[in-house]
Design a protein around this ligand. Structure first.
Ligand SMILES: Cc1cc2nc3c(=O)[nH]c(=O)nc-3n(C[C@H](O)[C@H](O)[C@H](O)COP(=O)(O)OP(=O)(O)OC[C@H]3O[C@@H](n4cnc5c(N)ncnc54)[C@H](O)[C@@H]3O)c2cc1C
Length: 329
């Protein structure tokens, strides 16, 4: 387990353990140490956006490499007293908030009992089953339309996916390019009615299995179907399956929605006392850095007020009610 601030990380139970140091966890951590709480950020350092070179749409930082954004966030967090960061994997969080951490690269295991735990572990992605697709993911092929649509405007685009929302995503992508082909890779998705709607929008469908992404020297040139036919394309989007990284919560009763994401209230509290969740691991769109970081700030205020309330023996007012509906998720 590597440790960015040995003094703070070894200083006993912190007020808050944050699982995951992406935009949500880092933003929450920064706001919590500024509120003078001790915070341990634990992170496996496997960010979902690692394959991409530039992050778009974050105010003031448009185009920043995602790993640079994380480095800056860690540095600014660690500049405060009470801040600590461990590279490690949280193996379990129990209902009484006991956190078990598995050391990585030969580091020791640890067990902590903080006053609050924030889950900010994001999602993992299962890409459509196409050999060599991963080699083009993050450069020619992307998953986040709002993040990368602008750079792909006007190009001959592919949309590759096997899920029931494929037609809706195709109509969204067509805003950026009128030249779009949808590839279902043999999956029984896109209904006849949807296909007619797509045809009206000038979008074609290829239903055959995909053999591979065609390319020359890492530049995408097309999509090769199992028949051997190549459909010329120079870029596009894929629709992965998004899997919330929450296996370590099995011993709590934190509610999940039908996709496995954690259900939270407007203050990003789960239904387990002292357990919070923010970022992509909760259900909402769009899945973007600015949104995750914003949620980090909101949940930090909830945690701060709840800890303060517990200290004075009562409940303080939660964050302002600025969303419609009582539950997100
Ligand atoms: C290829 C790609 C490109 C993208 N481009 C953009 C873009 O241009 N602009 C934009 O706004 N958004 C972009 N996104 C989306 C953006 O990256 C996410 O919305 C954002 O990172 C979500 O932040 P998060 O903090 O919720 O989770 P993440 O950033 O996914 O962070 C979760 C962290 O938790 C850690 N973790 C997981 N499990 C454990 C565990 N058990 N113990 C300890 N640590 C754990 C992981 O290592 C990871 O560091 C992109 C996504 C992808 C996949």
């Amino acid at each position: 387990m590597s440790d960015s601030r040995p003094d703070a990380a070894d200083a006993g139970d912190p007020d808050v353990v944050i699982v995951g140091a992406g935009p949500a966890g880092l933003s929450a951590g920064l706001n919590l140490v500024r509120a003078r709480h001790s915070v341990l950020l634990v992170d496996t350092n496997r960010p979902r956006h690692a394959p991409t070179l530039h992050s778009h749409g974050m105010l003031g930082l448009d185009g920043i490499p995602p790993l640079e954004l994380r480095r800056l966030g860690r540095e600014q967090f660690l500049a405060y007293p009470g801040a600590a960061h461990l590279t490690g994997r949280v193996a379990s969080v129990s209902a009484d908030l006991t956190v078990s951490i598995t050391g990585v690269r030969g580091g020791p295991d640890r067990e902590l009992r903080p006053r609050a735990v924030l889950v900010a572990t994001g999602l993992s992605e299962r890409l459509p089953q196409v050999q060599n697709l991963r080699a083009y993911y993050g450069t020619a092929l992307h998953s986040c339309i709002e993040c990368d649509g602008y750079e792909k405007a006007g190009l001959p685009l592919a949309l590759i996916g096997q899920t029931s929302d494929l037609a809706a995503r195709a109509l969204e992508i067509a805003h950026w390019s009128p030249d779009l082909v949808v590839f279902t890779n043999g999956a029984p998705v896109v209904t006849a009615a949807e296909e007619r709607m797509l045809a009206d929008a000038g979008i074609r469908i290829e239903r055959d299995d995909i053999d591979e992404i065609a390319g020359e020297r890492a530049v995408m040139t097309g999509v090769r179907l199992s028949s051997g036919r190549i459909v010329t394309r120079s870029a596009g989007f894929v629709r992965p399956d998004w899997l919330p990284q929450v296996d370590f919560l099995v011993t709590t009763d934190a509610s999940r929605d039908s996709t496995g994401r954690i259900v939270v209230d407007r203050g990003f509290r789960t239904d387990v006392r002292g357990l919070y969740a923010a970022g992509d691991v909760t259900a909402r769109e769009p899945m973007q850095i600015a949104v995750a970081a914003g949620e980090g700030a909101v949940v930090a205020r909830s945690i701060h007020l709840d800890l303060l309330g517990a200290s004075v023996g009562g409940q303080l007012a939660g964050p302002p009610d600025f969303r419609d509906g009582s539950l997100i998720g």
